[in-house]
Ligand binder design. Structure first.
Ligand SMILES: Cc1ncc(COP(=O)(O)O)c(C=O)c1O
Length: 291
């Protein structure tokens, strides 16, 4: 479905459509975006935090065998890539018969995904797909048709599906650009090629972070994001100088989110490996000067 309202909108639209006769939803809390999803879902359902990495400062994905899932939950919600924290699932969790729902806003189309293992996938288009204003939802047919009576028609998945996502005027320009991006990805060799590209790119940065004694990344190795790489300088007093030097070299938006501090390199599909190499060259120079 091509929807509107962004991923934040979907945080409400998903429960409105999927709760049905159930009363609770299981959430895996891996960071800021999980928390935002839970906050919104609380308006519609009982939120059960089945697992959380909060006590570890959101530096990994809680091991699957620690999740306390409720067999009667409407669905299990995960955020497949925590954009702010830089934590990504590198596996698809098995949650049995309960549908798995994923906010894939920031890693959709970065690598192949076995869509059939999910009940629903959603995401804002603005990272790997196209312009802001378009929201993508992939939903299993049998999950359609259970919307709450108060759910607006424009946000009712069954009604949108019946109308080929044109129940109301769709964001046509965003959909057009998304089509160009889909063709571009195909021309690159599809998602298998995107994954190879993204792995090679992220490795340039993580390899340097691991060898550096000045810069560091706190995320567990098996949960490191290929899209968003947070890192810290040894001395936070140098953050402003680092950002100024980066900007002078044409590298912008490196400041980390205020909830985690430090820096964050967002290296979505469109970022070429040369961009990451330029960042690492600058970081090495900075380390020699200040390390
Ligand atoms: C993982 C994740 N979820 C949700 C959102 C919110 O998306 P939107 O701004 O489209 O509502 C973002 C945006 O950055 C995100 O990265």
């Amino acid at each position: 479905l091509f929807m509107q309202g962004g991923a934040i909108g979907e945080n409400a639209i998903v429960p409105m459509n999927l709760l049905g006769a159930k009363t609770s939803i299981d959430f895996i809390n891996t960071g800021e975006w999980s928390k935002k999803s839970m906050k919104e879902a609380k308006r519609y359902a009982k939120v059960n935090v089945a697992a959380s990495d909060e006590a570890n400062g959101f530096t990994g994905i809680p091991a699957r065998n620690t999740w306390k899932l409720d067999a009667d939950a409407a669905y299990v919600h995960i955020c497949s890539n925590e954009t702010i924290g830089g934590v990504e699932y590198h596996f698809t969790p098995d949650v049995g018969a309960v549908p798995l729902v994923a906010d894939m806003s920031s890693n959709i189309l970065s690598r192949p995904v076995d869509v059939a293992r999910y009940g629903l996938i959603y995401g804002g288009a603005q990272k790997n797909i196209g312009p802001a204003g378009l929201t993508i939802v992939i939903v299993r047919d049998d999950l359609l048709g259970h919307a709450m009576p108060l759910c607006p028609s424009a946000f009712n998945y069954a009604e949108q599906a019946e109308n080929d996502s044109m129940l109301n005027t769709p964001p046509t320009y965003g959909i057009y650009i998304a089509g160009l991006v889909f063709n571009w990805i195909k021309a690159q060799g599809g998602l298998v090629a995107m994954e190879a590209h993204n792995r090679a790119k992220a490795a340039v940065l993580y390899d340097y972070l691991d060898e550096s004694r000045f810069f560091s990344n706190p995320i567990a190795r098996d949960a490191r994001s290929l899209m968003n790489v947070p890192f810290k300088l040894k001395d936070a007093n140098l953050d402003a100088e680092f950002l100024k030097g980066a900007q002078a070299r044409g590298m912008v938006q490196l400041k980390g989110h205020r909830s985690v501090g430090g820096m964050r390199a967002s290296i979505y599909n469109a970022m070429p490996v040369e961009g990451v190499k330029a960042l690492v060259a600058y970081m090495k120079e900075f380390e020699v000067r200040h390390g």
